[in-house]
Design a protein around this ligand. Structure first.
Ligand code: PBG
Ligand code: ZN
Length: 325
């Protein structure tokens, strides 16, 4: 390699047009998935205190929101439901008339050009706030998987375009794949929350989805934040079970994991910039301590640079307004 003074790296930074030409990473609208929260009722739009600009919406309000999202050029949403009633076994999760099933049918009827992804887990629907069936304080794996399969099939029947299991039970991707296939949904992709850490960054989401566990935590199924080799095992097992897209979550604090998974496997990677990542940037902006818009763009570009092909982010609408393509 040549050396200074023949090499001057600043030469490519001098002219803004050249700078643009040599940009290695690009954030595009088509990279984005926008998370939305739906609850029963009508005319409801509750702002989540810890997530300024994010709302729980009833289906009528959600429809208008989805039209706006599609018009902004955001290709996809992911839906989270707040049910009308919760019980020990999370019945509304797999009820064909549950809140998500109703919402999906309404969106599919009224909004065109929007990919509808549904989050599959039980924690929003169980009275105890855990992601599965309990035996005492233990979360049962295989019994929970059976219910997740019912939930996924029910979402697909309602018209969901993609299924995203977020529960972290072992073997659920294979079981859901089989369940979907047997019910005529072999073309519906699975975006697996394959590498999901037990994270403090989910705090604001649990307010939004009303899904905080009544006791204990999620450490018996979500990953230990110290582990990186284990992320490869999780991704590999989900790929073997038939996952089409592998998700890493949270995104910003786990960019090393995004890169490792990207380098290891030839499969699209999604990264979830979770509620806490959003709230921190919003709070810093509100306090006037950081340039919110700039940090928002930098945080998302960083996630792409790390190797994500797709980003789930509560900033999707704000970003889409800034991006040209
Ligand atoms: C449900 C689920 C969670 C998130 C997405 N799906 C929360 C959790 O595991 O408690 C977090 C999303 C966010 O923080 O924005 N299993
Ligand atoms: Zn859960």
């Amino acid at each position: 390699m040549a050396e200074y003074p023949n090499v001057r790296l600043r030469r490519l930074r001098h002219n803004p047009i050249v700078r643009d030409m040599v940009r290695e990473t690009h954030l595009r609208k088509s990279d984005l998935i926008y998370p939305l929260f739906v609850l029963p009722g009508s005319g409801i739009k509750n702002e989540i205190k810890s997530m300024p600009g994010v709302y729980q919406m009833s289906i009528d309000v959600l429809i208008e929101e989805c039209k706006e999202v599609a018009a902004l050029g955001i290709p996809a949403i992911i839906l989270f439901g707040i049910p009308s009633h919760k019980d020990e076994v999370g019945s509304e999760a797999y009820d064909d008339n549950g809140i998500i099933q109703q919402a999906v049918r309404a969106i599919k009827k009224e909004v065109s050009n929007l990919l509808v992804i549904t989050d599959v887990c039980l924690c929003e629907y169980t009275s105890h706030g855990h992601c599965g069936l309990l035996h005492g304080e233990e979360i049962l794996n295989d019994e929970t998987v059976e219910l997740l399969v019912k939930e996924a099939i029910s979402h697909a029947k309602a018209g969901a375009d993609m299924i995203a299991p977020s529960d972290m039970m072992d073997g659920r991707v294979a079981a859901i794949r089989q369940g979907l296939d047997e019910n005529g949904f072999s073309k519906i992709p699975i975006m697996s929350y394959a590498v999901k850490y037990s994270s403090g960054y989910y705090g604001p989401f649990r307010d939004a989805a009303d899904s905080a566990p009544a006791f204990g935590d999620r450490r018996s199924h979500q990953m230990d934040e110290a582990n990186s080799d284990e992320a490869i095992r999780e991704a590999e097992s989900d790929i073997l079970e038939g996952a089409d897209i592998i998700m890493v979550k949270p995104a910003g604090p786990y960019m090393d994991i995004i890169r490792r998974v990207k380098d290891e496997f030839n499969i699209p990677i999604a990264a979830y910039q979770v509620s806490g990542e959003y709230s921190i940037i919003k709070a810093g902006g509100k306090l006037g301590w950081i340039d919110e818009q700039r940090v928002m763009m930098e945080s998302l570009l960083g996630i792409k640079r790390a190797g994500a092909d797709i980003i789930l982010t509560y900033f999707a609408k704000e970003v889409a307004k800034l991006l040209k393509d």
